[in-house]
Structure formats: structure tokens, C-alpha cells
Design a binder for this molecule. Sequence first.
Ligand SMILES: Cc1cc2nc3c(=O)[nH]c(=O)nc-3n(C[C@H](O)[C@H](O)[C@H](O)COP(=O)(O)OP(=O)(O)OC[C@H]3O[C@@H](n4cnc5c(N)ncnc54)[C@H](O)[C@@H]3O)c2cc1C
Length: 306
Amino acid sequence: MSGIYVYSDKPDIVAELVGFGRGTGENIHIIACTSVEAENCAELSADKVIFLKGDNDMVENYAKPIAELLQAEGALLFVVGATPRGRDLAARVAGYLNCGMVSDVSSVIYENGKTITKRLIYGGALVRKESFSGFGVVTVPAGIFEPSGNEKAEVVTVEVQPDKRAKIVSISPILREGVDLTAAEKIICVGMGLDKEDDMQMAKDLSQVIGAEIGCTRGVAEDRRWLPVDSYIGLSGITVKPKLLISIAVSGQIQHAVGIRDSKIIVAINTDIKAPIFSVCDYGIVGDMYEVVPMLIKALKNNSFN
Ligand SMILES: Cc1cc2nc3c(=O)[nH]c(=O)nc-3n(C[C@H](O)[C@H](O)[C@H](O)COP(=O)(O)OP(=O)(O)OC[C@H]3O[C@@H](n4cnc5c(N)ncnc54)[C@H](O)[C@@H]3O)c2cc1C
């Protein structure tokens, strides 16, 4: 057996997966299911790019050819980017190969034929460590590994027969109402401690002073509908990792905290000293937002903040 094989429909994640593979000392091969993917992955410092050429654009339909390739080549491990399509493909490949699969890991180490993974369970309350020997499939979200370099790889084209039972009939983009908070560098996150919708203006004023976007907890978007549902952060919402997140009147329950904990600096303002947000944040202000936020705005307006 030899070689770690990686796949993602997102080129940025492929680069990160190659970065992971490089750290293992094993050969690292990228699987591409379309000519665009093969082109995008050609210069990511892999040993080989294997372009599975078939007459179908749905990558999920390449699960069987991928499984056959991995088996024929005696792959050590198949690592897939944890995007919706990647998760679907990974599960199908594991099914065809009748092997184990670990989903959405927060870390993965491959050493001497053993794969050791960690992943969050119970809504992020616990970290579960698992390990397996021999071949398996692992899905890895974006941002876990440093991307690889930009060396050109050999591209090998293999003609395959993808499954044709499902095909793409039409593509329509998801219409997003809010900004893309996942890419924001600064976020003001508001919680249910705000008394009324007009008080959102206070958060908006603070966001303007520091050039931040506005996010919220689930209730603010889903129950009160003060912000679009794309704006709520947490387990069932989005995950953010800004350089700065200022959390206002948010209790910091685990289902919300899992979505903010990769932020570089978290500042929390809450009246309740026992609020869980104070064990997640870097700087905590125990106080009433109606007093603290105007003071912050005033202070920041008088100082440069970068
Ligand atoms: C399966 C599941 C998934 C979930 N997914 C998510 C998710 O993705 N995202 C999410 O956000 N939630 C999620 N939740 C809900 C989550 O458990 C919490 O209920 C929610 O995050 C609480 O929102 P909050 O902090 O805004 O409100 P609260 O918990 O009501 O907290 C409000 C806080 O404001 C403080 N406060 C009040 N007045 C002031 C003031 N004047 N100044 C300063 N502080 C003040 C209070 O002390 C309190 O701590 C989920 C729950 C479940 C069961």
C-alpha cells in the first residue's frame, strides 16, 4: 500500500489537504473529477494529479471509479474536503470500499499506517479522539492545515465510467440576504439581551467605527427576525473566524460558542458574570451594553483601531 489520495471540489481545500499529506512523508496524489478541477490542482505540489475523465459533471457520480482507483493503487488513506459534495462523495466511496469513515475532523495525524483523528461531538461539548489502522476515509473542513506549495505535478488522465443515474439539470445560486460573515475580519455579534430592534442601531454604530460586519445568535435571526438567517453563528448556523469578534449581550451557550471559538480575539459584554461567554472570550466586560457600547464607540472614535 502506498500514497495518500485527496479530493475536494474547492481548490483552496485541496491545497490544504496536500499540505497535510506533505507532512506525513507519504506520496500525495490529488484526484480530479473534471477538467477544471485537474487544471486548478495542477500546481499544488502533489506528486501526481489523477484526472478521472468521464462524461458527467456531478462529482458524486465518480464514487465508484474513485473506489476502484484507490483499491487498484493500494491507497493508504483517502482524505476529502468536508464540503456538502465532498461529504457525499466520501460516504459513497467508503460504502463501495466497505471501510470506516471519520467525518469533519478537527485534526488528523497519519503515522506509520495509523490514522489518529479528533472531532467534536455532542454539539461541540466534547472532543472525541479516534484511531484506525489500514485504509479509511476522512473528511476535513477548510482551515485545518497550511496550504501546500505551488510545484507542478504530473497529470495522469484515466478514462472512467461514472454513474449516470443522476445528472445536473440546472444550477441556480443560493440568494444570500446578508454579507458573507465567514470571510469577515471583524464582527459585532448581538444576542437576545438587546431589548428592542431599535437597539440594533447601537451595534451598527459600533460596527461602523471599527469597520465590522454584524452577526447574531440564533434567536435574533430566527425568532425576532432582526437579521437574515445567514447571519446567525453557531452549530446550526455559520462558523466564523474573524480577527476580532465583539459579542454583545450573548450568553455564549455551547451551540453558539462552537461557531465563534476560532476567532482570534473575542471581546464579550454581558451583565451576568456567570455567563458562559466569559469562559470563551479573551477580554470580558461585565456590564450593561447600554452603558458600555456607547462608551466604547466614544473611546474608539477618539483612537485609531486596527
Ligand atoms: C440543537 C441546537 C442548535 C442550536 N444552534 C444554535 C446556533 O447555531 N446559534 C445560536 O446562536 N444558538 C443556537 N442554539 C441556541 C443556543 O442554545 C442558545 O439558546 C442561544 O445561543 C442563546 O442566544 P443568546 O445568547 O442571544 O440569548 P440568551 O441565552 O437569552 O442570552 C442573552 C444574554 O444577554 C445578557 N444580557 C441581557 N441584558 C443585557 C444588557 N443590557 N447588557 C449586556 N448583557 C445583557 C444576559 O445576561 C444573557 O447572558 C441552538 C440550540 C440547540 C438546542
